[in-house]
Design a protein around this ligand. Structure first.
Ligand SMILES: [Zn+2]
Length: 117
């Protein structure tokens, strides 16, 4: 399953960050998911706790911030929201458009609880 491997990759990255900071546990994780990333945020949210089980990320709250797709027209320079993966400039009709947002899947913030000594 697509989302399962993504959840695994996310947990691995979060674990690495938590280990580096000697965190006791991960409190909250915010990720940004592009509208055209092909990732189902709901599926990701439900799989995340399963993948994170028995790790310091187990109790973390996963917040998914959707990012809408945006394109920039190479012909007229117009930037606009893109509804679908069929990309065409609404101003000049050019198909020479560049996707500038919408395919990303990033970890934005990881809130850690650090063990104080
Ligand atoms: Zn244009």
């Amino acid at each position: 399953m697509h989302e399962f491997s993504i959840a695994q990759a996310l947990v691995e990255q979060i674990e690495a960050a938590a280990t580096k900071e000697h965190a006791k546990r991960v409190v909250r994780v915010v990720i940004t998911v592009g509208a055209l990333s092909g990732v189902d945020p709901e599926a990701l949210r439900s799989l995340f706790p399963l993948v994170a089980e028995d790790t310091v990320t187990a109790d973390a709250e996963l917040v998914v911030e959707p990012v809408s797709a945006r394109v920039r027209c190479r012909a007229c320079g117009r930037e606009e929201a893109a509804e679908t993966s069929f990309l065409r400039c609404s101003v000049c009709g050019s198909r020479d458009v560049e996707l500038i947002a919408g395919r990303e899947l990033h970890i934005k913030t990881v809130e850690l609880e650090i063990d104080e000594r």
